[in-house]
Design a protein around this ligand. Structure first.
Ligand SMILES: Nc1ncnc2c1ncn2[C@@H]1O[C@H](COP(=O)(O)OP(=O)(O)OP(=O)(O)O)[C@@H](O)[C@H]1O
Length: 961
């Protein structure tokens, strides 16, 4: 083997099959020949003959205690456990975005071989030995959601609704509280309630277009509201800068019967007893009828003539504001003229209003695509009371989703918030292509579309103009972001087919933010000093941003100890605790929130007087987004950034945590297309958790690859909504054989099941394929059987589902292409961090040189720097602070390999361990115990990878490249 083997250029199609069996980059250290340590590094004291005892054989998960069969359980329960048997017992660890950022632990003083039974195995050959956290239910359990359905729910709905119910089977990356957009009960006079909404009308509003009646929801009646269920806790909200909204909430048991709106804002107690489902109704204070009339009149006027004067009148009528802010009027007029628009305004500049006004003027529905449920909830709450809003999220129950869709079809929702994953769902799309007219699609946080942004989301790749036009019949698209470089903008505008003449871009940093930066060797002490001095001392509300969850707790405690009221906030906390803290902060009952990046989007507290960055952000985009939480009321807000080299090195390592190698991509492709059948109707699946470990690839990266395979130049597959694919089923009433005689699905289940402890365990897509139905239909059928008392079942193992459209003819070229693309994304992330760090250094240096280090001066310096960065100025000098080598690196890798001689590694896996980054196959819970964990954090990741590759080459007796 030589280095050339790593290049896909040399790769021939025939290699593909060889790759499946003999991974070129994956070398078992057990083959190492005599290898004494030549290191005098920290690891040199290690015995030159480290233990080579093989690890104990993998420990099978303990068998759960056998459950007595309720009835009709098979006697064949002693059947041999299969590969799936083991997968079933592995549970998904906590995986929120922010959880993934972990502090690098201190290394242990001695090198020890990793002695444990659950070592990761090489890519492609995992015996599923890695110990996982004990059984935790998946946050969204299909089984549970199906169990909550009323008997015969699917069968009793109209055909369209039985389809609509399927969204409940989807998994969307939404982990926040349930929300239900409930229909307006009495108000048949919502703006969209007119039947004319079903007609497709152009966006261009002219005098000659026949005007439908304008019917607004009267505020004196039951208004626009959203019912939220925060894990069984009632929440109390205070109005957040919205003149017209207040929030009332009561147990749904009272609300449902009375359907009467009451405003009860009590900031005293924030939680009621557990178990109660809360209803939070959003309503305005009773509005005078004249107000509605004035809004109706203002809308009619704009429909007749889109003039500045008429739009200002509508602004006043809807919001009470006298003037548009910079960029708003321009954007609204462009949208009303039917032109797709790219809008870049700073955070807090008022982007929402730019789609809300067109939404009331245009005749059809406005779809707003949002990346987070929390953001959708905030935006829904912030809709002016006269705009009827709704929301669809995977955390809703099927009945609630169906009800929202019914309202959409009726035309009584004007603005519908959806996640990008909805666009995978054919039933959802069919409603819009056939029944409901979509006037406008708004892509909020549009930078997520671009892989070159700081926050790329693979599901956003689906939002392409061609698809939106084809599926939704929509002409006008509005893309909005606060932070995008020129490259990012280009890729968004190309995906959404927005002409360069339709770009509205204002400065990305508001003028009322005063920026300052300092290098600190004791950030905690320095921060306290800062907060106790002017102007931070005078700030009523402060947000402190940290990188790591653990930091937020430590710092908030430290501040409290120093008489500053502070609370921590991060995504590892319960949703209800997060909401409570947000509410307390917004109600000025907590002065300081110490948060991770999780505290951001959607938070519209207007009077945040200071934003302090305790840790360096990962990019200037993130920095700009976070300082944008300050001074939303237009008053001065002070933003200070502390930075230090230790945090920079840690973050730099983390930038490599999504990277994958050619070999892993190739293995992944082989598995994706392993089910190559002549029938393209067959549904294939990839269980997320096990595949993630098998290929040592994060789930998000796998989804990125799958989405690219669907939406890239050639369409190789068609992605379907994600499903829980493993079903464990018990029969109760009729014997399985008798039931199978009458029911083909049951017959297929019996055929395709393994019997484990008397329970039938099968793969949903496999059974569905065998009888030629869609997996969703099989799930519905099971639900019906369950409703009749015939069966009970549980579903688990969330999986990506897809149909193969075309098998690639040249796996190697495709592998090379995808790997290079992922590598570019990885490099881009690194560059963004370097640009952030360099900017901080630049500002400190420049200001120091002037000997006049005041806040105002740093503001100018940093603003200029940010401007250059977003312009894509190639002159932006970015520091390269990383070391390229260390005299001890290779020797240490050698020792590491010796001391873990029973484990197979790739160069990337070794580099990750040396950089202290966990990965699905080499988790930090296991590997942080090694002495070498994070030891080479200051050496460039690629240099460590090269050294690891060379050592692995040595092992097989070949020269490194
Ligand atoms: N023309 C205006 N006059 C006065 N206030 C306005 C105007 N337009 C918007 N606002 C207010 O500014 C605040 C911020 O608006 P909005 O939430 O739409 O900002 P945004 O640009 O979407 O911010 P983010 O990027 O953080 O989501 C809101 O409270 C909104 O009511």
């Amino acid at each position: 083997m030589n280095a050339g083997n790593f290049s896909a250029k040399n790769c021939k199609a025939a290699v593909v099959s060889a790759v499946r069996h003999s991974p070129p980059l994956l070398v078992s250290v057990t083959q190492l020949t005599d290898m004494d340590s030549d290191s005098d590094s920290d690891g040199s004291h290690i015995s030159a003959t480290p233990p080579r005892d093989p690890l104990p054989p993998p420990r099978l998960p303990p068998q759960p205690p056998p459950k007595p069969p309720t009835s009709y359980k098979s006697t064949a329960s002693t059947k041999r456990s299969s590969h799936l048997d083991i997968i079933f017992k592995l549970k998904k660890p906590s995986s929120s975005k922010h959880d993934k950022i972990e502090p690098v632990p201190e290394p242990e003083p001695k090198v020890k071989p990793i002695q444990q039974p659950d070592l990761p195995s090489p890519v492609g050959n995992f015996p599923f030995q890695i110990r996982r956290p004990s059984d935790q239910p998946h946050p969204i359990s299909i089984g549970r959601s199906l169990e909550t359905l009323p008997a015969g729910f699917f069968s009793t709905r109209r055909a369209s609704f039985s389809k609509i119910c399927k969204p409940s089977l989807n998994f969307e990356p939404e982990t926040l509280p349930e929300i239900t957009a409930e229909p307006k009960i009495n108000g048949s006079d919502g703006p969209g309630s007119t039947k004319t909404c079903n007609k497709k009308l152009p966006n261009l509003i002219r005098g000659d277009v026949p005007l439908p009646p304008v019917k607004l929801q009267k505020r004196s009646e039951e208004g626009n509201f959203v019912r939220l269920n925060f894990n069984g806790y009632k929440r109390k909200f205070t109005a957040k800068g919205k003149k017209m909204n207040s929030y009332s909430y009561k147990s749904k048991y009272f609300k449902r019967s009375k359907r009467r709106v009451k405003s009860e804002v009590d900031t005293g107690s924030l939680c009621d007893e557990e178990g109660l489902v809360s209803e939070i109704k959003l309503q305005s204070k009773a509005e005078k009828p004249s107000r509605c009339e004035s809004v109706e009149a203002a809308i009619s006027a704009v429909r007749n003539e889109v003039s500045d004067e008429n739009l200002v009148r509508l602004l006043k009528a809807l919001y009470g504001y006298d003037l548009f802010r910079d960029g708003q009027l321009e954007a609204i007029k462009m949208i009303l003229a039917g032109k797709s628009t790219m809008l870049v305004l700073p955070t807090g500049a008022g982007k929402s209003l730019c789609y809300q006004i067109p939404a009331v003027v245009l005749l059809g529905i406005t779809l707003v695509v949002s990346p987070l449920v929390a953001l959708m909830i905030d935006q829904l709450k912030q809709l002016p009371p006269m705009i009827q809003g709704g929301l669809l999220s995977s955390s809703q129950g099927p009945e609630e989703a169906a009800e929202t869709l019914r309202m959409v079809q009726e035309g009584s929702i004007k603005v519908l918030f959806v996640s990008p994953e909805r666009f995978l769902n054919a039933d959802f799309l069919s409603i819009f292509s056939t029944l409901t007219s979509v006037s406008l699609v708004v892509v909020d946080e549009a930078h997520c579309v671009s892989e070159w942004s700081h926050n790329f989301r693979p599901s956003y790749m689906r939002l392409r103009a061609s698809l939106l036009r084809a599926k939704l019949n929509v002409e006008c698209i509005l893309a909005m972001t606060a932070t995008a470089t020129t490259t990012t903008l280009q890729s968004i505008m190309s995906a959404l087919e927005i002409s360069s003449t339709n770009l509205i871009q204002k400065s990305q940093v508001r003028d009322n933010l005063r920026l300052s930066v300092s290098l600190s060797s004791n950030r905690m002490k320095d921060m306290l000093k800062l907060m106790k001095s002017s102007p931070f001392l005078g700030a009523q509300s402060i947000i402190v941003y940290c990188k790591f969850q653990s930091e937020t707790d430590v710092i908030s405690r430290y501040l409290c100890d120093n008489n500053i009221s502070a609370k921590s906030y991060h995504s590892g906390m319960l949703a209800r605790d997060r909401s409570r803290i947000q509410e307390l902060f917004c109600a000025n009952k907590i002065r300081v929130v110490v948060a991770t990046v999780a505290f951001g989007m959607g938070i519209d507290k207007r009077d945040v007087g200071a934003v302090i960055h305790y840790s360096l952000p990962e990019s200037l985009e993130e920095y700009v987004q976070e300082i944008g939480r300050g001074g939303r009321d237009g008053r001065l807000s002070y933003c200070h950034l502390f930075f230090d080299d230790v945090t920079y090195y840690k973050l730099r390592s983390l930038m490599h945590s999504d990277g994958v190698d050619e070999f892993a991509v190739n293995k992944f492709l082989c598995q994706v297309f392993a089910d190559d059948t002549s029938s393209h109707r067959k549904v294939c699946s990839l269980v997320k958790e096990s595949a993630s470990r098998k290929f040592d690839m994060k789930e998000e990266v796998m989804l990125t690859l799958l989405t690219h395979l669907e939406l890239g130049e050639t369409q190789y597959l068609h992605l379907l909504p994600q499903l829980n694919v493993t079903c464990t089923l018990n029969f109760h009433k009729t014997s399985p054989m008798l039931l199978a005689d009458k029911d083909t699905a049951v017959a297929a289940i019996l055929k395709k099941s393994e019997i484990k402890q008397g329970q039938y365990v099968f793969d949903i897509p496999t059974v569905a394929n065998s009888i030629g139905v869609a997996p969703g239909d099989l799930s519905n059928h099971l639900q019906n059987l369950k409703a009749k008392g015939e069966i009970t079942y549980e579903l688990k193992d969330p999986a990506y589902c897809y149909k193969i459209v075309k098998v690639p003819s040249d796996f190697c070229s495709l592998t090379e292409l995808l790997t290079r693309w992922l590598l570019d994304i990885e490099n881009c992330k690194v560059w963004k961090l370097d640009a952030m760090y360099s900017s901080a250094v630049f500002v400190v240096d420049t200001c120091e040189k002037t000997h006049d280090c005041n806040v105002a001066q740093q503001t100018t310096c940093l603003q200029e720097r940010i401007l250059d960065y977003f312009k894509g100025d190639s002159n932006l000098d970015v520091l390269d602070k990383m070391g390229q080598n260390s005299p001890f690196l290779r020797a240490d890798i050698k020792v590491f390999l010796q001391s873990n001689s029973n484990v197979k590694f790739t160069p990337r896996a070794i580099a990750r361990i040396m950089h202290g980054i966990g990965s699905p196959a080499y988790p930090s819970s296991t590997w942080s115990r090694t002495h070498f964990w994070g030891r080479y954090i200051q050496i460039d990741f690629k240099a460590v990878m090269n050294a690891a590759k060379a050592e692995l080459m040595n092992f097989v007796g070949k020269d490194a490249p």
